[in-house]
Design a binder for this molecule. Structure first.
Ligand SMILES: *Cc1c(COP(=O)(O)O)cnc(C)c1O
Length: 469
């Protein structure tokens, strides 16, 4: 039986450009398979919603990026930014490809250690390095980039305990022409803060600086910003060398290359907007060659997160309800919302249908399952009339969603990896109530009488006249 829906008359605006650059072709995309595996089969076995990662895409993207730099500069190392995606299987793939672990917290440090990553393959960044973590990192031979003065003092205490000097890197922030300028991490270059920090370190006599780090931001669309950053870093490195005699062994330029998901408000599609990786590599390596002294080729460390993994991740979601809003707008409720797609606050995803659906496309809103008004996946997409059970395939969602996702009222779903030979492997099982309650404690005094107090509920009555007025 067809579900009944009262008729509405709605002008069709689909495909028209609007001030948010929201025009989408009314010709919706159909994507029946992910990395060669049918969406229907994936859902039949693992349910919906479902995160799906393609191992082939991850390895290809890593190699593409590595080759872009390795063909232009002799000493390049990548650090996998754990905070972008710290699923064990994902980290393991990057480590197999030769990436170090780039960590920004104790939790991430514990994760890398649990994966068996040795200290010399770890870079420790971040504004909060607990003393014990810092001390363990020093003992493990980790590359540590110092964020602030108190950390310098902690490191001096550790050096005193160990009885020998410690070699560290200094995190800088600088003006590379990117707005807003991220000035909260590390020491500012232009104000002289970084120079003062170097002098402070030298006076202490317990630490030595052998590298510089700087991460200018994320989704950086201008390769010249990196060129500017690299020149400033190299020049500052030579200043340090001249003053203290410390030679820079590495220049760590952080991450920030954009992925193909589209920033909200961006007028053009990612393909039009994004420079290629080769353009970034050209800008960065040219800047190195023009500023480095002959014969000095410090290690170039790149901590690209988003651009490495975003495209490898896809989310399958299903329509669980269809609506017509009071203003006539077509709306759908799907089983994945901002709880799973935290980055949808900033990015507009590519949303395809897993099956062909006939009928005229109309502007539609896609809501997630949360009981909060901001749970919107897309509010200006042209879709043909969908029914309950229809599936959407959302990409590119591999960056930051599986680390920033939130618990709010839902379980987190299965995550699978499709291997290069097309096998589907579960890499994180869906949660159930035991995962959520394992850490909770119910004080004994509540245990015998948790039954609801049966006082009469207070309820104001609905009156048609109040509505009419
Ligand atoms: C987040 C972060 C990265 C990765 O940034 P992307 O924009 O995802 O490439 C690299 N380095 C540091 C220090 C970071 O905090």
């Amino acid at each position: 039986m067809q579900p009944y829906e009262s008729p509405v008359i709605q002008p069709l605006h689909s495909g028209l450009i609007n001030k948010f650059a929201g025009a989408k072709s009314p010709q919706h995309q159909v994507k029946r398979a992910i990395a060669g595996v049918a969406v229907d089969d994936l859902v039949a076995q693992y349910g919906s919603p479902l995160f799906v990662y393609s191992e082939r895409t991850i390895r290809q993207q890593f190699r593409h990026m590595r080759n872009a730099f390795a063909t232009r500069y002799p000493d390049v190392t990548f650090g996998w930014s754990y905070k972008t995606n710290y699923l064990k299987a994902i980290c393991a793939i990057f480590h197999q490809e030769g990436a170090m672990a780039e960590l920004v917290s104790k939790m991430e440090y514990d994760k890398a250690k649990a994966l068996g990553i040795p200290g010399h393959q770890i870079i420790l960044n971040g504004p909060h390095k607990p003393f014990e973590t810092l001390e363990a990192a020093v003992r493990d031979g980790v590359t540590i980039n110092v964020d602030h003065l108190d950390e310098i003092e902690d490191l001096e205490v550790i050096a005193t305990r160990l009885g020998h000097p410690i070699t560290v890197g200094l995190r800088l922030n600088l003006d590379a022409g990117i707005q807003p300028c991220w000035s909260r991490f590390g020491f500012n270059l232009e104000s002289g803060q970084a120079k003062t920090a170097i002098e402070r370190i030298a006076r202490g006599g317990k630490l030595r600086v052998n590298g510089l780090h700087c991460h200018i931001g994320t989704y950086i669309l201008d390769p010249n910003a990196y060129a500017c950053q690299v020149k400033k870093m190299v020049q500052f490195g030579y200043e340090i060398e001249a003053q203290q005699g410390w030679r820079m062994d590495y220049i760590d330029i952080g991450g920030g290359f954009p992925s193909r998901s589209r920033l909200k408000g961006a007028y053009h599609a990612a393909d039009v907007l994004l420079p290629t990786i080769d353009e970034y590599a050209d800008a960065i390596c040219d800047a190195l060659w023009t500023t480095l002294k002959p014969g000095h080729t410090p290690k170039l460390i790149i901590e690209s997160g988003r651009a490495m993994i975003d495209e490898a991740g896809t989310l399958i979601t299903s329509v669980c309800g269809t609506k017509r809003l009071p203003d006539g707008t077509r709306a759908y409720v799907v089983d994945a919302g901002v709880n799973l797609l935290f980055t949808s606050f900033w990015y507009r995803f590519n949303i395809a249908l897993a099956q062909a659906v006939s009928g005229a496309a109309e502007p539609s809103v896609i809501y997630g399952p949360l009981c909060m008004n901001i749970d919107v996946i897309d509010d200006q997409i042209a879709l043909p009339p969908l029914s309950r059970g229809d599936r959407l395939v959302i990409s590119t969602v591999g960056a930051y969603n599986n680390t920033q996702w939130m618990q709010f009222i839902e379980y987190r779903p299965n995550i699978v990896l499709i291997s290069e030979s097309g096998d589907v492997e579960l890499i994180r099982a869906a949660e159930d109530i035991t995962d959520l309650e394992r850490r909770e404690q119910l004080p004994a005094r509540f245990r015998s009488n948790v039954a609801i107090d049966a006082r009469r509920p207070v309820c104001t009555s609905y009156s048609p006249s109040s509505i009419a007025s």
